[in-house]
Design a protein around this ligand. Structure first.
Ligand SMILES: [Zn+2]
Length: 949
């Protein structure tokens, strides 16, 4: 029998306690969901039914299909339309937006709570802001606020576009929370403010859905998987979850939203592990974060696992995947800001098809279309069962380990009491059932203990402030007397974006014997996000007992930017008078007067921007240092005819210049701009995306080319320089770069403009993305170099020239299986200081990020002339993070400049444009571009070496 909603309300009004819903139910939903769930063990009583609510649209009412329906995925415009319809119909729902993406899609959040809470949302927002920054609150006042406040629980889904389930599930969850009338939902609505986003990466979501409908609808199992789309967002794939500096506009939008609403809990939903992994925050843990967090994470994870076991749902586990070392994952914005981080991995099929799956089988359990990893799986990777999953980002150095523990995914372990069946038929609805049931457990726990969550949120914020007042380091100083302040500005503005307060001293001050000039910036640690500041700026001492980690072990911002940041152990830093700044934008200046302006090369990445902005003007570069009055002009200083336009750009870009009557009398060369191409495979566009991003940010012009252009031939007619950023795959070496995406006999995968699939064919087009450049492409690159072109390869792509014999004397080999170095920062020694790529560098030894590139070798007689930089490779030269087996790198070349025919190859085993982090290295790449036709002729090898032949 069905009761109408009016009857339910009447029953409530008479005080009858309802333990079971008496709302009208959608019987078709129950029937179909049961049908789509491939086995009763994959169902819970929370999601086997869906109430009807007159006047309030369910997802089916708007989309035309139920969530979890086979072969149905929803684009972001429709998801947004659904949330807006829900908000229009229900006083328990509100829609918020926070900016737009690279491609103009909106970043949308739906808020669900009881009617009264939604009406007073700003009041609750205000409470959370006070708890997030409790300075000036007495304990009594905090208690008072906690008694009135409610926690925001923020769900994010669809960060990784191949992980298609969460944005679907969240629509059903939102509807359910808005309409279902049982004590569980009453409690959630009353005690929690639930937020869900439409998709964390809206551009990628839509592109993936287009690609899915075009190519993936017919996939039936793990063995007939087809390639994924070459792009998700504009620049990067999985690394949108490694964007530690929030460079990408969409990720930056989410951080802004977080810092506006201060959700004490943020829960990021992923899909790469069977059947549901709930993250409990295991080691290695960042020791600077509050111990309370490490109590909260397993508290939630265990509760969810307990509830799911109660439903008899197998394959729910915790503890043994990912860890709490790197702060760079998107969801960590919550733990970095004193909230609770939550994260799931569920089991996705990379679309919405029902598939037979084998857990721990050769194909691996993850989403099917991860780009191939750029490097051979290093030691420790096997612990995860050798999976190639959407989570397994193709980062070279991070490939080792991944923080996996235990063997396989179908084994019974203490943290997996009820393992999943090894072979199973798996559907999108199963995946939805798992996610939705478990997040409802998380919400049940939050609704049961909202005050504990709020109190802890307050305590963590307060503890962070107190830690900065009680424990060294008490702060950091960014001295104003550094020659290049643009890289200081980069660091300061990233920290500001993270909500960290920084002040500027308007007078000179002295700390621990050092005098800092007026204008220096001061970061005091006694602030709500003081612990985050320490995490980002300190040296990373990776715990030696920890076996592996999921991502980078080092990220120290000062080292990455090669800017001076002083860590201060003297408490008096807290008393230095400063004025808090919003943004740091040090203006440039032009000293003196005269017809020639010299723009000093102090290592700023803005110098290349200036050259490109003024591309119509003629520039010279000094090849040796000179003087203008008492101003030092370093080698690489640019000379240009003085004009107001030049002066204005120098100002805007924060550069230092001096105008003079005539050019200094030292050797110089014209700074021409090359016709530059950036080569991309179709299957591994991510590391390359970071290079594109950096070139775009610094306004360097280039063509993005693919195998299609290379195979056409005669590259030299179009380009002076071809840059091959780090990319590859297929177990390392050059093979991945050359053969790229496996062809599928009888099938082509066009990535071309198509009115039916409007997100495809952007950032390049291909009639078939499979097959790679092949040996034909190798031949074209060989010709390009021999005909006088400059080929630059970075990181993993630096196997290319040695392994294809384009360079005949350079060898490239991988590190051994015992070597383990997930992104540490290490020393590199410049051997040819006068080489143009080192313009702007004053030190002989530099910090560089270990990029997992090849171990290079040249014959002893070549060493002297072609190796520009090398790794000292001693324990002392590991500056931050972990490198196990450092001796393997001892005296290995880091950068080689090798002449070939009329041209040359610049081989970087480093990656000077890594994830918008190592901006101190980017200048080497910028110099290579600016001085492409003025690289010195290599010294001929000494005759003695020829004699023996
Ligand atoms: Zn993911």
């Amino acid at each position: 029998m069905r009761l109408s909603r009016i009857l339910v309300l009447a029953a409530c009004a008479t005080g009858l306690v309802l333990t079971q819903t008496r709302q009208a139910q959608d019987e078709e939903y129950a029937r179909l969901v049961k049908e789509w769930t491939t086995s009763p063990q994959f169902m819970s009583p929370l999601v086997d039914h869906l109430p009807k609510a007159p006047g309030v649209p369910s997802p089916k009412d708007l989309l035309g299909y139920y969530i979890g329906a086979p072969k149905k995925l929803t684009r972001t415009a429709e998801i947004g339309k659904y949330y807006r319809a829900l908000a229009a119909a229900s006083k328990r729902v509100k829609v918020l937006t926070t900016g737009t993406t690279d491609e103009g899609r909106e970043c949308l959040v739906a808020v669900i709570a009881d009617e009264d809470t939604i009406r007073n949302l700003d009041t609750y927002k205000g409470y959370l802001a006070k708890l997030a920054d409790p300075r000036g609150l007495s304990a009594e006042q905090a208690k008072q606020i906690i008694s009135q406040a409610k926690p925001v629980y923020f769900f994010t889904g669809g960060l990784h576009s191949a992980e298609t389930g969460p944005p679907e599930m969240l629509m059903e969850l939102a509807y359910r929370i808005a309409v279902e009338d049982t004590p569980l939902y009453d409690s959630i609505r009353k005690n929690v403010i639930v937020m869900v986003n439409a998709a964390s990466e809206p551009d990628g979501r839509d592109r993936y859905v287009d690609w899915y409908y075009k190519y993936k609808l017919s996939e039936e199992g793990e063995n007939d998987r087809t390639p994924g789309p070459p792009y998700w967002g504009k620049y990067i794939f999985h690394d949108n979850n490694r964007d530690i500096n929030y460079s990408q506009v969409t990720m930056s939008n989410w951080l802004k939203f977080y810092l506006e609403w201060h959700p004490p809990i943020m829960h990021d939903l992923h899909e790469s592990q069977p059947l549901l992994y709930t993250f409990s925050g295991q080691s290695p843990q960042n020791p600077t974060l509050d111990p309370i967090l490490y109590g909260e994470m397993p508290w939630f994870a265990q509760f969810e696992m307990t509830k799911m076991l109660g439903y008899g749902m197998p394959g729910v586990w915790t503890h043994a995947f990912v860890d709490m070392w790197s702060p760079g994952y998107l969801g960590f914005m919550s733990s970095n800001h004193n909230g609770i981080l939550r994260m799931y991995e569920t089991f996705g099929n990379g679309g919405a098809n029902t598939m037979r799956r084998t857990i721990g089988g050769a194909g691996g359990p993850g989403a099917p279309d991860a780009p191939p990893p750029a490097e051979p799986p290093a030691a420790g990777r096997g612990a995860r069962g050798g999976t190639a999953t959407a989570e397994a980002a193709p980062d070279a150095a991070a490939a080792g380990g991944r923080g996996g523990r235990g063997g396989g995914f179908a084994a019974r372990e203490w943290y997996r009491p009820l393992p999943p069946p090894r072979d199973l038929l798996w559907s999108m609805r199963n995946n939805t059932n798992y996610m939705e049931s478990a997040v409802l457990a998380g919400l049940e726990l939050t609704a049961g203990f909202p005050k504990t969550v709020l109190e802890n949120f307050y305590l963590k914020s307060r503890n962070s402030i107190e830690a900065g007042a009680k424990e060294a380091p008490y702060g950091y100083v960014f001295p104003a007397n550094q020659k290049d302040l643009t890289r200081v500005a980069f660091i300061v503005n990233v920290l500001r974006k993270q909500g960290i307060e920084i002040g500027q001293a308007n007078a000179e001050f002295k700390i621990a014997g050092t005098t800092y000039p007026a204008g220096s910036l001061v970061l005091k640690r006694n602030q709500p996000y003081g612990r985050l500041a320490k995490i980002l700026l300190e040296k990373q001492n990776f715990p030696t007992d920890a076996q592996t980690t999921y991502d980078d072990t080092g990220w120290t911002m000062g080292l990455m930017s090669q800017a001076k940041v002083d860590e201060i152990a003297d408490k008096s830093i807290l008393d230095v008078p400063v004025k808090n700044i919003d943004l740091y934008d040090p203006p440039g200046s032009v000293a003196g007067s005269g017809p020639v302006t010299a723009i000093l090369h102090n290592g700023s990445n803005h110098l290349v921007t200036l050259r490109y902005r003024l591309k119509d003007l003629a520039f010279d570069a000094l090849e040796a240092p000179a003087k203008a009055g008492n101003i030092e002009l370093p080698a690489g200083t640019l000379l240009v005819a003085s004009s107001p336009r030049v002066a204005a750009e120098v100002q805007k870009l924060g550069l230092q210049a001096v105008a003079m009557t005539s050019a200094p009398d030292v050797k110089k060369h014209a700074v021409d701009l090359p016709r530059l191409a950036v080569y991309s495979t179709w299957g591994s566009t991510q590391d390359l995306g970071w290079v594109r991003y950096a070139l775009d940010k610094f306004e360097v012009n280039y063509d993005l080319i693919y195998k299609e252009r290379v195979k056409k031939g005669n590259l030299r007619a179009s380009y002076d320089v071809v840059l091959i950023p780090s990319q590859g795959g297929r177990g390392g070496g050059a093979k991945g770069l050359i053969f790229d995406v496996d062809p599928k006999p009888g099938k082509t995968f066009a990535y071309t403009k198509d009115p039916a699939f409007p997100t495809l064919g952007v950032y390049g087009e291909s009639e078939d993305i499979t097959g790679g450049m092949g040996l034909q492409g190798v031949g074209e690159f060989d010709k390009f170099v021999n005909d006088g072109g400059l080929l630059i390869t970075l990181g993993a792509a630096s196997y290319f020239a040695p392994q294809t014999f384009i360079t005949k004397t350079v060898d490239a080999a991988p590190t051994t299986a015992a070597f383990y170095a997930p992104g540490p920062i290490v020393e590199a020694e410049i051997l040819q200081q006068n080489h143009p790529i080192f313009y702007g560098y004053t030190e002989k030894v530099l910090p560089v990020r270990w990029a997992g590139g090849p171990l290079l070798r040249v014959p002893a007689d070549e060493q002297r002339r072609s190796v520009l930089m090398r790794y000292p490779g001693t324990d002392r030269s590991v500056l931050s993070g972990l490198m196990r087996g450092v001796a393997e790198t001892r005296l290995r070349p880091a950068i080689i400049d090798e002449p070939v025919g009329q041209g040359r190859v610049l081989i970087f085993s480093t990656n000077p444009a890594y994830r918008w982090q190592n901006l101190g290295e980017f200048n080497m790449l910028a110099n290579a571009i600016l001085h492409f036709n003025d690289l010195p002729k290599p010294t001929p090898a000494p005759a003695a070496n020829q004699a023996g032949n």
